[in-house]
Design a protein around this ligand. Sequence first.
Ligand code: UFG
Length: 336
Amino acid sequence: MTLVVTGGAGYVGSVCAQHLLDAGHDVVVVDDLTTGHEDAVPAGARLVVGDVAEVADDVLGAGGVDGVIHCAARSLVGESAEKPAKYWHGNVVTTIALLDAVCRHRVPRLVFSSTAATYGEPESSPITEDAPTRPTNTYGATKLAVDHAIGTYAAASGGELGAVSLRYFNVAGAHAGAGSALGERHTVETHLIPLVLQVALGQRDEIAIFGDDWPTADGTCVRDYIHVDDLAEAHLLALDLLARGDASVIEKAGGHLVCNLGNGTGFSVLEVIEACRRVTGHPIPARVAPRRTGDPGVLVASSARARDELGWKPTHTDLDGIVADAWAFARSRAAG
Ligand code: UFG
């Protein structure tokens, strides 16, 4: 298939693009390179530099596109509170322009990077796709709005468009392929594992633990860490499902299937820091800091639907293994 990956110069998008290339697909990456990196675009993919909303019509209008994987997004929870317009425009307005182009040019398949942040503070754990969606931050609200928009476009397309929204939990690790390493390279880093590894690299003095008074076993927040390679495989399986002639699962879902992606196992902040200490051999000083606004205490996915409907089976579920891949990537970047 010929597939367009928006945000394919970013962390998740670049790994998805690499998996698609490895599976023999043709890949066109669309990325404005504001947060992505040109050298993260896998060799073999064609890069179109531009804003998704501006170039979608040209890229899809050229014809022959079998599907779009839409990863491009603004994704900093904290920033989304300070600059809501950047998130409503960057995530919602942009995606509506993309959806219009998808329908105008009759692209039959769409896979969207949604997020656990659509659920907000969960009532029960693990979180299923039927759980209430009450995002606690603007980022999650914009992603939820896009999920709704995709559902209505798919339903109105009369079967012409099939879509899958994948709700990522905490994506981590790195992809190690032949001659390429793809991992987290955020200019503004807010994610736990890369920040902890920066301490091991001597790039920061300590890691702040955002609260130790949560109602969890050790008092620190619990998250569901999923390896980026397992995450990317789910995108390929979603495309397979959409490409299958008897897409009854998609029909049953009204043209739009929503699936959580996580390992179903939670690890606390302290457990993550311990894993980083084991993997790096560095003592990694840590100090308790106040809770971070908008953080839920526990976020763990039920991925039963992804397993049942997509046939997805994560294979990199060991926390030390996930950290080891992130560490190998961080060290190779630090070494230049
Ligand atoms: N944390 C710390 N110290 C830090 C950074 C993080 O203690 O310096 C804690 C956070 O409080 C949280 C856990 O580590 O409990 C994980 O934090 P991340 O920032 O790595 O990830 P989040 O769980 O906040 O966010 C992730 C995705 C978001 C998505 C969200 C869904 O990165 O894009 O899950 O809730 F919105």
